[in-house]
Write a new protein. Structure first.
Length: 403
């Protein structure tokens, strides 16, 4: 059986980054992937300005007297342009351009305004104190975003602050979703005897939407080779990636494999993880393919651990691996050696500031309800056996797909 790391490596080594590029207004570019390095056309700030409300001063003047007259005012958008005589200060507001020759800005809390309008300083400022220098944040020519960056509520305002109105992005990934099995019924329709709801396709679509993919829903495929083949040909001609659930475990794979071999090359793997042992990956004529197991928990775990990095690379960005943290097992945890185990768990911080975790509900691959109460995976190493309360385990807090 392949380890999880081996499976990821095999996939990512053959997957390409996108090559097509679109140019979008920054107003329309939210959640898109930047297709090139973005270089700043200007300095930020574009002029020296004050970091405080206070008084702009020259240290040479203060060296002679801590009491100075006031030569004028400088406001944001309305700078001081008068004659700045010696032994005087300039009243200045936050963000306002500092007068030429300013050595420091003294905040107003350290200044006393006298009856004659002069001001007395209670401290001697340091050189450049409370001055924001030109280019201090961003210098003209700096790379402010690298290729592969996600354009979001932080990076897009940065571009706006630089006067950049459009950006080159990679196209949104088109993903076709299919389910297989005569026993499946679309969510919302009545169940006949022996039937179950197609929750896998529903869950996959929700996660794809969170990953900002364009989803093409091909519905449920019957166990009919002709219809199955036609649906796959249609799906792979319209999408960059085709995802199925069901039809990849022992006893099911032969039917799926026969059809897929006609339209591409697909490997059916046995993975050393639990849940999620069966998984398929390969290349169709015009699209890539990921086949998830049919059990709901197995489908979700394999999507989370394996399809997420596939989508990241095909979208043009790097997959940010899961955050892993040590935690204390709050209860005994059952585990058989042999496979990397992803148990649904709930972690919290105890009174001593330690992270503790315990499994949530039964851990069968067909039992989905535990996910509602869980906030992490308890990741138990492949050769590890049962865990006693108080032992250290590794957890992966859920990211935005499951949070």
């Amino acid at each position: 059986m392949l380890t999880l790391d081996q499976a990821r490596e095999k996939m990512l080594n053959v997957l390409p980054y996108p090559t097509r590029i679109e140019n979008l207004s920054i107003n329309d570019a939210a959640n898109r992937i930047c297709a090139e390095n973005v270089v700043s056309p200007i300095n930020v700030p574009s002029f020296d300005n004050s970091a405080m409300d206070g008084y702009a001063v020259r240290l040479a003047d203060l060296a002679q007297s801590l009491t100075l007259s006031v030569a004028g005012k400088s406001f944001a958008g309305n700078p001081f342009i008068g004659d700045w005589k010696s032994q005087s200060a300039v009243r200045i507001m936050t963000g306002a351009m500092i007068p030429e020759g300013t050595d420091a800005v003294v905040m107003q809390e350290d200044v006393t305004v006298n009856e004659d309008g002069s001001v007395t300083f209670s401290v001697m400022p340091k050189l450049n104190q409370n001055i924001r220098r030109i280019g201090e944040d961003v210098k003209q020519g700096d790379i402010v975003l690298t290729q592969g960056s996600i354009l979001n509520s932080v990076s897009l305002p940065l571009l706006a602050s630089l006067g950049i109105t459009s950006v080159n992005v990679f196209p949104r990934l088109k993903v076709a979703v299919l389910s297989t099995g005569d026993e499946l019924v679309p969510v919302g329709k009545p169940l006949a005897q022996g039937q179950i709801y197609d929750t896998n396709r529903f869950a996959v679509k929700l996660m794809l939407e969170k990953l900002h993919c364009d989803v093409i829903d091909f519905g449920i495929l019957p166990d009919n080779p002709e219809q199955f083949e036609k649906a796959f040909i249609d799906a792979q001609s319209q999408a960059d990636l085709v995802i199925t659930s069901g039809g990849v475990s022992v006893g099911e794979a032969d039917f799926t494999k026969t059809v897929l071999e006609k339209v591409g090359s697909v490997n059916f793997w046995k993975l050393a993880i639990k849940p999620g042992k069966p998984f398929a990956f390969g290349k169709l004529e015009n699209a890539w393919f990921c086949g998830l197991p049919g059990n709901p928990v197995s489908a979700l775990v394999t999507f989370y651990q394996l399809v997420q990095p596939v989508i990241a690379k095909l979208s043009g960005t790097e997959y940010q691996g899961a955050v892993q943290l040590p935690a204390l097992a709050a209860t005994n945890i059952k585990k058989s050696a042999g496979r990397l185990d992803f148990q649904r768990g709930f972690y919290q911080i105890n009174a001593q500031g330690q992270i503790t975790v315990q499994p949530v509900g039964f851990q069968g691959s067909h039992l989905f309800s535990a996910f509602v109460k869980a906030n992490c995976f308890i990741v138990l190493e492949q050769e590890r056996g049962n865990v006693n309360a108080g032992e250290t385990v590794t957890i992966e807090p859920f990211n935005h797909l499951l949070a």
